[in-house]
Design a protein around this ligand. Structure first.
Ligand code: ADP
Length: 384
C-alpha cells in the first residue's frame, strides 16, 4: 500500500470512529433525558401536605395506575396495598377519568375485613391532577349510613309496637258499643281496654325515656345518690307483681354505697331489671338483689332462677326492641325497650351493665357504676 492510500485510510477510519463517538454521546444524552423524565415523577407541589392533612382517604396515581402518594386514611381503610388500588371499582373510576378527562363523584360500597363481611360506604371523588396524574379522594360515610338504618328500624319498630295495642283498642271500642245491653260483657271489654291503654302508655313513656337518655351524653344535674334508697324504691315498685306470682324478692344487707347521678333514672333502671326477673321466672321462685363495692366500682346485681338467655342472644338483649321470645314478651306486656333503657342509664352514669345467664338456670344482670369520689364528681360535671 502506498503512503497516500494509507493516509486516506487513516483519515476515513478517523472520521468513522469520531462519528461513532459523537453518535454514542448523543444517544447517551438522549437516554439520560428519558431517564430523567421517568425518575421525575414528582407530584405537584403541596399535594403531599394536602394528603397528610386529609381526614378522608386520598391517593395520587401515575399513568400506569401506580399509587405514588397515599394518605394514612387510604392505607387504614385498606384502599391501597403495595402501591396499587385494591378495589377494581376504584381502578375503573380512575380509568374513566383518564379517558374522559372529566372529574367523577360516586357513592361506592366496598366489602372489607378478613371475611369481606363488613361493608364500607364511601363517597369517592376522582379528578385529574396536572397532565400525568389522577387524584382519588374517598370519604367514609359508613357511620351515617348505619345511623340512618338504625333510625329507619326504630321508626318501623315503633309503628309495629303501637299498631297492636291501637288495633286492640279500636276493636274493643266496637265490641263495647255492640254489647251495651250486656253489663257483664261491657265490664270484660272495659277491663281489656284498660290493659291495652296501659300498654300504650308504657310504650310511649319508655320511648320518651329512651330518647331523652340517648339525646344527652351526660346527666344534666348529677347529685349524690344513696344506692340503698334506689334499691328499696325499685323493690317496692315491683312488690305487687312479685307477690302475685308468689316470687320472693330477697335483698342483701345495706351497702351504704353512694354514686353521683340521677336517682330517678337509677330507680327506672333497677326497676326494669327486677320487673324482667319477675317476668322471666317461674312462679314461687326467688330473686336476689345485692349491692357490692370493689376497687371503686359499685355493682348492683339482680339474680333470678328463670328461663335464662341463650349464648348467642346475650349481647343482643340490650338492643332496642330486641326480644328473644317475642310471643312470650308480648304476652307479658314487654316493649323490648327495658334493657336498652338500663344500658343507657348505666352509660350516662359512666358505668355499664353486664349479664350472666344459663338457659334453664337463670340470669344475673349487674349494673356497674363508679363510686362517688372527687374524681367521678369531676368526670360527671357535678356542681360542688
Ligand atoms: P321486654 O320488654 O321484652 O322484656 P327488655 O329490653 O326488658 O324487653 O328485654 C329484652 C329481652 O331480653 C326480653 O324479651 C327477654 O327475651 C330477655 N330478658 C330480659 N331479662 C331477662 C331475664 N331476667 N331472664 C331471661 N330473659 C330476659
Amino acid at each position: 500500500m502506498d503512503p497516500a492510500t494509507l493516509e486516506l485510510l487513516w483519515l476515513v477510519s478517523g472520521i468513522v470512529v469520531g462519528s461513532a463517538i459523537v453518535v454514542l454521546i448523543m444517544l447517551a444524552a438522549r437516554r439520560g433525558q428519558q431517564a430523567a423524565e421517568v425518575v421525575n415523577t414528582a407530584v405537584p407541589d403541596g399535594v403531599d401536605q394536602v394528603l397528610d392533612a386529609l381526614e378522608s382517604a386520598g391517593a395520587v396515581l401515575d399513568p400506569s395506575n401506580t399509587v405514588v402518594k397515599a394518605s394514612p386514611g387510604a392505607l387504614a381503610f385498606g384502599l391501597v396495598w403495595n402501591q396499587a388500588l385494591v378495589h377494581p371499582v376504584l381502578i375503573e373510576m380512575v380509568d374513566r377519568v383518564r379517558r374522559t378527562g372529566e372529574p367523577l363523584a360516586e357513592e361506592v360500597q366496598l366489602s372489607r375485613g378478613p371475611m369481606g363481611d363488613a361493608i364500607l360506604y364511601l363517597w369517592v371523588r376522582v379528578a385529574r391532577l396536572g397532565s400525568r396524574y389522577v387524584m382519588l379522594i374517598a370519604e367514609d360515610r359508613t357511620e351515617s349510613y348505619r345511623l340512618d338504618d338504625v333510625r329507619k328500624d326504630f321508626v318501623a319498630n315503633i309503628s309495629h309496637e303501637l299498631k297492636t295495642p291501637i288495633g286492640a283498642v279500636s276493636l274493643l271500642a266496637e265490641a263495647l258499643a255492640s254489647a251495651s245491653d250486656e253489663p257483664e260483657q261491657v265490664r270484660r271489654f272495659a277491663k281489656r281496654l284498660t290493659v291495652e291503654a296501659d300498654r300504650l302508655a308504657r310504650i310511649t313513656q319508655e320511648l320518651i325515656q329512651l330518647s331523652r337518655l340517648q339525646a344527652a351524653d351526660a346527666l344534666t344535674m348529677p347529685t349524690l345518690v344513696d344506692i340503698d334508697a334506689v334499691v328499696s324504691i325499685a323493690i317496692d315498685q315491683n312488690r305487687v307483681a312479685a307477690d302475685s306470682h308468689g316470687i320472693q324478692l330477697a335483698v342483701g344487707k345495706k351497702s351504704h354505697a353512694e354514686v353521683y347521678g340521677d336517682e330517678a333514672l337509677l330507680v327506672v333502671a333497677l326497676h326494669n331489671l327486677i320487673a324482667n326477673a319477675i317476668q322471666y321466672s317461674p312462679d314461687s321462685s326467688r330473686i336476689g338483689i345485692g349491692v357490692t363495692e370493689s376497687d371503686g366500682i359499685i355493682e348492683i346485681a339482680v339474680t333470678d332462677q328463670g328461663v335464662g338467655i341463650a349464648d348467642e342472644e346475650r349481647d343482643r338483649v340490650f338492643e332496642r326492641f330486641y326480644r328473644s321470645d317475642p310471643a312470650r314478651s308480648r304476652n307479658t306486656g314487654g316493649s323490648g325497650l327495658g334493657l336498652a333503657i338500663v344500658k343507657h342509664v348505666a352509660q350516662n352514669h359512666g358505668g355499664d351493665v353486664r349479664v350472666w345467664s344459663q338457659p334453664g338456670n337463670g340470669s344475673t344482670f349487674t349494673i356497674r357504676l363508679p363510686e362517688a369520689s372527687p374524681a367521678t364528681a369531676a368526670s360527671l360535671g357535678v356542681q360542688q
